[in-house]
Write a protein that binds this ligand. Sequence first.
Ligand code: PEP
Ligand code: MG
Length: 754
Amino acid sequence: MAYNLPATRLLMNRLRQMMAEDGETRSRLDNVVRLIASTMVADVCSIYLRDRSGQLILIATEGLKPEAVGNTRLGATEGLVGLVSRRAEPMAIQDAPRHPSFSYRPETGEDPFHAFLGVPILRGGRVIGVLTAQNRTERVFGDEEIDTLQTIAMVLAEIVDRIDPEHLENGNGHERTRNPASLRGRVFCEGLGYGRAVLHDPVVPAAKFFASDQEVEADRLTRALGGLKKSIDRMMAIDGAVLGDDPRDVMETYRLLAHDPSWAEKLQEGVRSGLSAEASIDRARREHRARLQSARDPYLRERLHDLEDLDNRLLRILGGDEGRPVISEERSVLVARRLGPAELLEYANAGLRGILMEEAAASSHAAIVARALGIPTLGGIEGLTTRIDQGDWLIVDAEQGVLHVRPDDALYDAYKDRVALRSERQAAYAALRDKPARTKDGKDLHLMLNAGLELDLDTLDQSGADGVGLFRTEFQFLVSETLPRLDDQVQLYRRVLDKAPGKPVIFRTLDLGGDKVLPALNLQREENPALGWRSIRFALDHRGLFRRQLRALIRAAGEDPLTVMFPMVTTPAEFFAAKDLLMKEVEWTYEATGKRPRHIEVGVMLETPALAFSLKELAGEAEFLSVGTNDLMQFFYAADRMTPSVSDRYDLVSPSALRFLKMVSEECRTHGIRMSACGEATGSTLSALCFVALGFTNLSMSAGSIGPVKRMIRSLDLAAFRADFLDALDKPNDAFRNQLLALAAEHGVELAEG
Ligand code: PEP
Ligand code: MG
């Protein structure tokens, strides 16, 4: 097999023509393998395609016996072809029959061929087949030849993806029917949506694979690479307040990758072989994705993610506005592998009908932004981006956690019925908006809003919330690429206060670290970030940053009242240190501006079990306590909230957790600390019922939960229910959740679940 650039370019041109031609699939494939073999002077060229069961079926060959086509089937990992498919990377072997994985198939007449080169045919991170070249002589294929065959495989992917290998025997290449599919996901934001898939990552259409002018193309690529390096250097040169100097910092890795000459060289080589700049990047992206699918090591996975992000960035730079996903005015569902909160915010006004992410954590920041936007969102859908094509119709059932891809008519009709039902329910909740959250026996409760973005405040009036029970200030940091300056912070906090006139707003101070990682803060990689240098621990160790935030809060309040709470406090000493800084900042601000808040309330979040045993020390110092169920439950049960296999395993509605909260409630009462709860659990009507029965008067939740929780409260005779509830807590049966559901039903409490 010989290799030279002009021949490759010629081959690309011919393939381009073939792709455009109509005609019978089988003969098109025969022409393709003949062309590849002759141009590359290979004795054999074959295409194997995976069927639904994962078997690799020979669908075209030049050089092997024609009768093997459609008949030679290899198990998913059988033979050298299976090995290429499993590893998702090219393999060049000098003497194939002597390789331990070689599987001899007499029907192919393969024995005289020694040199073997196999490359995966990749589409959307999936291996859909394998392309091979073989020669009689024993030799090793060189790097350039491997690159060439990979490029051809990329072009082939577009041709063969829609072929159903099962229908080749009878000589006709039928189009693979793209069946409906249902995939399970986790509900990140409740709701129902219907629309066409819009892929977040740039798509390179087959028509753009080939360059008409190679020099122009090389120049475009060079300029795009330059632009990428510059944009990353700019991101690195942010704010003087960059902290720490860990060399494994995420941004630095990014920069190293972007400046890596071998990556750039590989891309240039693709262009030299006749590909467009976009196609060359796409080729690299397919490889990174395929390796990502099989990589297990978390560090390697992160690097491959970084590489894929770089591929995508580069494609966006090349495409300019053209490279941006187009959201049509109506009916678009965004499909993304993973999304940063800032990226998602860019779609805020696009009228999306749904958001789908492969990313798995409901408490990830993109998920929280999706909730703020109120768009039905599912996450944790494995293989999502490889199973959906641009423009596919989708039903996002973010009530039951199911995604229907290319739904049939029956599913669509069922969906429409559900939408009608949902709007009836929503109308009933809306009618409660101006009614108090008062129990049947006259106890008034406060339902507050969890917020983190200015955008959230728009739902304050609509939802009928009594105020903001948790404002996550770190969001401003997470959605911007640089550290917000003092003025930016003051302005945001002031706008938040202005949007909630006459209503309380509880600002939670910076809760960074854990899963809330800022590229700008060179945080060290930790073994257990949730248990690590995060939240108030981090803030107290970075006083400049922390004090700047406290100052911003005080300045924003001016002479208005200010409520602040500290997150993840483990010991009273941490609380006192933080409160001390706050009070000093109040004095300094007063000296500087002559203004200070006319009333200051300081609260503490209960997120670590240890603090529950120190409430006595906080008496008279902390006005209120807010249970952060997301973190508290992960520490209470030792179950990571970010790991899907354990995050839903343990129930807050269980005797152990509720007895713990009962103890907290009694301690608070004894020491005169007001009790509230925030965190996702408050949004479930059953959990909220438990909190209320335990004496919590203030519950903070996302906007969509306020209606259902208010309805529950208004149907509740608290004193009567509490007596039976405490009794059940004392004598629980094995299915405690069911026991409580039955009890609630007996008392006529209207729950949204169960
Ligand atoms: C919590 O942990 O419950 C909480 C409200 O804080 P966050 O989810 O922001 O960690
Ligand atoms: Mg928390």
